[in-house]
Design a protein around this ligand. Structure first.
Ligand code: FMN
Length: 347
């Protein structure tokens, strides 16, 4: 029904407008009591889907990737579509508008999206307020830096976000891999990355001691465009800084093997969806094999079917996330994946 009826209508309109209209619609339908209907349609609860990772119990391994609910306004309602976890953000200390519109493009022929949103968000403090209400799902807090903050002061921004969200999220994601904030990806280099993660770990220990609580798992989100030697550096950095895992991957700047119109392909920004699938799986497999699977990996990039999800898990991912596939295939995709995982578990 989604692909035949709803998607063709949604795809007639501007993608960013559709995103916000969908948010208002979901919020409204949930408010008038349709939450239960969504749950009965999409949610599968089964012990065999549960996963325990970095001290957290995930109800199922399928999460919503960062960038969908940037401002933490819809995480509970989105969990009704069957997600085992929802990652909010990327959040920055100060609110910022992001890049000028248009900045989000559908590449329909490729089942893909190009975005150059540029961390548009209402700022971490507003999100922290929104997160004070009860959570029906595990929440990841994806954090970044403001565009105006130079890289040599970036640590400060990440620390502000870490402190503001510490009481309100279940795990953290350090985003240094978005292609849409100038210079951000330079923070993936060994030296600045070590410094950033060490500082965050220090803050983690300080806050957990002061608040007499457990430390929060910290994950690093990486780009699919890193070379093998940079990926080996990442493995070493995870080992040295003792962070809890890696999210692979963010969007790509590559434009290989696309069928869409040249004008669309040339739009600046990060490419997500089906064309990213193989590279993201390759990165997951490389990290898992070269590290002897020494840390958890969340696999994301181009998952549009249950088979794509299983491929990521078999390559070494412990959990997976969706973004573009959720838009192209609809909310039924989460259930399809969980059903396929259950079938696999009973074989
Ligand atoms: C419009 C859009 C906005 C995004 N914003 C963020 C973001 O703020 N932070 C982040 O870490 N990833 C962001 N992402 C990347 C996704 O979380 C995901 O890593 C990527 O899209 C690959 O997964 P997919 O192929 O399932 O979309 C964004 C993706 C899209 C399409």
């Amino acid at each position: 029904m989604y692909r035949l009826l709803i998607r063709p209508i949604l795809f007639l309109f501007d993608p960013e407008k559709v995103h916000y209209i969908s948010f208002s619609t979901i919020k409204f339908l949930s408010k008038i009591g349709l939450s239960g209907l969504f749950k009965s349609m999409f949610l599968i609860e089964d012990k065999r889907l549960e996963r325990e990772l970095f001290g957290l119990k995930f109800k199922n391994p399928v999460g919503l990737a960062a960038g969908f609910d940037k401002n933490a306004v819809l995480y509970n309602e989105l969990s009704d579509f069957g997600f085992g976890f929802v990652e909010i953000g990327t959040l920055t200390p100060k609110p910022q508008d992001g890049n000028p519109k248009k900045r989000l493009f559908r590449l329909k022929a490729d089942h893909a999206i190009i975005n150059r949103m540029g961390f548009n968000n209402h700022g971490v403090f507003e999100a922290a307020e929104k997160l004070k209400k009860e959570h029906r799902v595990l929440i990841g807090g994806n954090i970044g830096k403001n565009k105006v903050t130079p890289n040599n002061e970036a640590i400060k921004d990440y620390l502000i976000c870490f402190d503001a969200l510490f009481d309100h999220v279940d795990y953290f994601v350090v985003n240094v891999s978005s292609p849409n904030t100038p210079g951000l990806r330079e923070l993936q280099d060994k030296e600045p990355l070590m410094a950033l993660l060490n500082e965050l770990q220090l803050e983690n220990s300080k806050l957990s001691t002061r608040k007499k609580t457990i430390r929060k798992p910290i994950l690093l989100k990486i780009a699919p465009d890193l070379t093998d030697s940079q990926l080996l550096d990442i493995i070493e950095i995870v080992d040295t800084t003792k962070i809890d895992g890696v999210i692979a991957t963010n969007t790509t700047i590559s434009r290989e093997n696309l069928k869409s119109h040249a004008l669309l392909i040339e739009e600046a920004g990060g490419l997500s969806g089906a064309p990213l699938k193989n590279r993201s799986t390759e990165v997951i497999r490389f990290l898992a094999e070269k590290s002897n699977k020494s840390f958890p990996i969340i696999g994301v990039g181009g998952i549009h079917s249950a088979e794509d999800a299983i491929e990521k898990l078999e390559a070494g991912a412990d959990l997976i996330q969706l973004w573009t596939g959720f838009v192209y295939e609809g909310p039924g995709l989460v259930k399809k994946i969980n059903k396929a995982l259950l079938e696999k578990a009973s074989n």
